[in-house]
Design a binder for this molecule. Structure first.
Ligand code: C2E
Ligand code: CA
Ligand code: CA
Length: 427
């Protein structure tokens, strides 16, 4: 934030709009080129690592830009946010993620060879039913057993697979493997279903429909045992995606919206896609028990899901406290390290045999927030409008504050009050 403040000129304004999101308003640009140049200056300001306690941390700034005329500050912010999301998608596809455990990006020829040579592995993470504590299903997560580098996580090779088109072969392999597993469970009389991640590239064109039909037939698994997971943004970005999903759904396959809450979760759009489940992104789960915003967001997702007849699955559950809050909020299913990471199918069988349901824990609930008016005021109407336009909670709150809309719940709009209004109005 300090570096950004320094890089922003006196005539501009900068603000943190939430999390690691910042907004910069530049008032005197003459052209798109100039705007891009200013964005490049900001990136430059953050390009040297930040040293914290003697540890050097690389920071990267991604910028989405939008130019007026826009009919309101909210619309302008929403346009900038969409541009930013497009940047992030591009970045994710172009570079192998650089985490702390950086792996050298693998190369395409090596990955192609690995798929052919049977070096892919399917691990399974249990998905638990919060009602009775039993295992409802398992999510198939791909790994690459690399002969020299050991077991590689998807972050090291999925981007490459997507860029090169190898994702089609990789995805087909995982689908066959997962359906074979689901068929074995079905034959053994166990009710467990299997979740398979589909990449956005796999949703383009009708190929996936024929593939799924053929794999269901050859493995003999009931369609309802297969849950295909697609991300919100994948569905939003591809105009054909809703048709492809409808065809899959008509076959009896179940569908889940992955990483839910990180994309554009507007009500209008949710009605267009025939999904059965919303998977709440890990980022909203991590703060449960200590962050009211996260709790309000999860509560609003649950109430939204209820109103349109979908089930809610929470990802990345690591603590008893998070579990207790999820139960209290009425979330249906959850997965996370609290139960188990993804395991080989053989280890999962052992885990399942030894697993004892977690006892319920009582955690002190956060003090309830003051009630909100149900009346549709100006502010509420504006929230619904921006939500329908696909703006995030952060953007909506920032827009309402910028427009000077009054709030009944406090001095300023926050993501929490916005989420609660959306939740109240969608009940
Ligand atoms: P995802 O679909 O969101 O999968 C969940 C990720 O969260 C998995 O990471 C899982 O290991 C991790 N996780 C589960 N529980 C916890 C927890 O309690 N705490 C934390 N911190 N993490 C948890 P993984 O296996 O590294 O997979 C990463 C991503 O790679 C997946 O995200 C998915 O988008 C992609 N992916 C994995 N397998 C496939 C595949 O077969 N096809 C495609 N297209 N994508 C895949
Ligand atoms: Ca997933
Ligand atoms: Ca996810």
């Amino acid at each position: 934030a300090e570096r950004l403040t320094e890089a922003v000129r006196e005539t501009d304004s900068g603000a943190r709009v939430g999390g690691d999101d910042f907004a910069v308003l530049i008032e005197d640009v003459a052209s798109v080129e100039e705007l891009r140049a200013r964005a490049a200056d900001l990136r430059e300001a953050l390009s040297t690592p930040v040293v914290v306690d003697g540890v050097s941390i690389a920071v990267e700034l991604r910028v989405g830009t939008a130019l007026t005329p826009a009919d309101s500050p909210g619309t302008l912010l929403a346009a900038a946010e969409r541009a930013l999301d497009a940047e992030l998608d591009k970045a994710a596809a172009a570079v192998a993620p650089r985490g702390l455990h950086t792996d050298d990006p693998a190369d395409v020829a090596e990955l192609r060879q690995a798929i052919a040579a049977g070096q892919l592995r399917m691990h399974l993470q249990p998905v638990m039913s919060l009602g009775d504590g039993t295992m409802a299903g398992a999510e198939a997560l791909v790994r690459w057993q690399h002969p020299e580098r050991g077991l590689l996580m998807p972050a090291a090779f999925i981007g490459l697979a997507e860029q090169s088109g190898l994702i089609a072969d990789l995805g087909e392999w995982v689908l066959r493997r997962a359906c074979a597993q689901a068929a074995a469970w079905e034959k053994a009389g166990s009710p467990i279903g299997v979740g398979v991640n589909l990449s956005p590239r796999q949703l383009v064109g009708a190929g996936v429909i024929d593939l799924v039909r053929e794999v269901l037939r050859t493995t003999g698994v009931s369609p309802g045992r297969l849950i295909l997971e697609v991300t919100e943004s994948a569905v939003m970005d591809d105009p054909q995606a809703p048709d492809v999903l409808r065809a899959l759904h008509d076959m009896g396959v179940r569908l889940a919206l992955d990483d839910f809450g990180t994309g554009y979760s507007s009500l209008t759009y949710l009605k267009r896609v025939p999904v059965d489940a919303l998977k709440i992104d890990r980022s909203f789960v991590s703060g449960l028990g200590r962050d009211r915003d996260d709790e309000a967001i999860v509560a609003s997702i649950v109430s939204l899901a209820r109103s349109i007849g979908k089930i809610v699955v929470a990802e990345g559950v690591e603590t008893r406290e998070q579990l207790a809050v999820l139960r209290a909020l009425g979330v249906d299913q959850a997965q996370g390290f609290l139960w188990s990471p993804a395991l080989t199918p053989a280890l999962l069988e052992i885990w399942l045999a030894e697993h004892v349901p977690l006892p319920a824990v009582v955690v002190p609930r956060l003090a309830p927030l003051p009630p909100l008016p149900v009346a549709l005021g100006e502010g509420e109407r504006r929230i619904l409008q921006l939500n329908a336009e696909g703006a995030s909670l952060h953007t909506i709150a920032a827009a309402l504050n910028a427009e000077g809309r009054r709030t009944a719940a406090g001095p300023r709009w926050t993501t929490t009050t916005v989420a609660r209004v959306i939740a109240a109005l969608s009940r």
